[in-house]
Design a protein around this ligand. Structure first.
Ligand code: G
Ligand code: G
Ligand code: MN
Ligand code: NA
Length: 254
């Protein structure tokens, strides 16, 4: 069977699951939230990485149904964790540009939030820089509608696309996530240091929360702290974990 043929059956077969990677505020060391990340274990093909199946899901349009499942699953996890007393935690959900362009994402999200009784301001939607910039006019309208619901918006993989500063200023976003490509060589590559420091400064001057992704070492952490980065995510803190382990991790941290 081709990967696509198996992917078409994956939802019905319950082959998807979400894992959650915590992030931490540098100011006080608190866990502020998690990013949900999709995983697929195919009965026929075994574990397929998202870098393989997400592009296929986008090309085939399957990402729309899969994205519905992801949102629902992530918000149910948020609800469950809140019932365990984790009221300060936010949940990040990656959203494909196709979901934004479909048009009914704001309505669907409003219904889910209402149904589950979770606070909108604890939900952060992550969209990649390149996806938003390639469709700046259309996506801006949808992003504005989403923000009216009270959810927050993050630009993911920041630095890998080329954002016009005009759009960055115009977009209704709350958070910049610096791509891990720039974090990996911090304290070794002066160019990556300069880019990272500049993004932090620029983000702050636009009033944005700045998160560094892919933080693996103490040295990277110190550099980011010196530069005034707000939050970090990466293996230094924790790899992505299943919901049960992530809940245990957050509790033991606090
Ligand atoms: O977790 P990992 O680094 O393997 O993820 C690889 C890529 O897949 C990342 O760029 C991430 O944004 C994307 N991805 C992970 N989960 C989801 C999801 O639920 N929806 C979408 N659209 N992309 C996701
Ligand atoms: O959505 P985004 O492109 O930001 O996806 C983040 C991806 O990065 C996830 O697939 C996750 O597994 C991966 N990741 C998370 N922390 C680290 C890290 O510290 N180092 C590396 N190399 N990858 C990481
Ligand atoms: Mn992401
Ligand atoms: Na990223």
């Amino acid at each position: 069977a081709t990967v696509l043929a198996s992917l078409r059956k994956a939802l019905d077969r319950g082959e998807f699951r979400l894992v959650y990677q915590p992030r931490m505020a540098l100011a006080d060391g608190r866990i502020t939230g998690v990013e949900s990340l999709l995983r697929w274990h195919s009965a026929e093909l075994g574990e397929i990485p998202p870098t393989v199946f997400i592009p296929l899901a986008e090309e085939s349009g399957l990402i729309l149904q899969i994205g519905d499942w992801v949102l629902s699953e992530a918000l149910q996890t948020l609800k469950r964790w809140r019932s365990h007393g984790l009221n300060e935690i936010s949940i990040g959900v990656n959203v494909s540009v196709l979901q934004l362009l479909r048009g009914n994402l704001p309505e669907q999200l409003r219904n889910l939030i209402h149904e589950l009784g979770v606070p909108a301001n604890r939900i952060e939607l992550e969209v990649t820089e390149s996806m938003v910039m390639q469709n700046a006019e259309q996506t801006t309208t949808v992003l504005n509608e989403l923000r009216k619901l009270g959810v927050t918006l993050a630009i993911d993989d920041f630095g890998t696309g080329y954002s016009s500063l005009v759009y960055l200023k115009r977009l209704p976003i709350d958070t910049l996530k610096i791509d891990k490509e720039f974090i990996g060589d911090l304290t070794r590559d002066p160019d990556d240091e300069a880019i990272t420091a500049t993004v932090i400064t620029m983000g702050h001057s636009l009033g944005l929360n700045v998160i560094a992704e892919g933080v693996e070492s103490e040295q990277q952490l110190s550099y980011l702290r010196e530069q005034g980065c707000d939050e970090i995510q990466g293996f230094w803190l924790s790899p992505p974990l299943d919901a049960h382990r992530c809940l245990a991790f957050i509790r033991s941290w606090q």
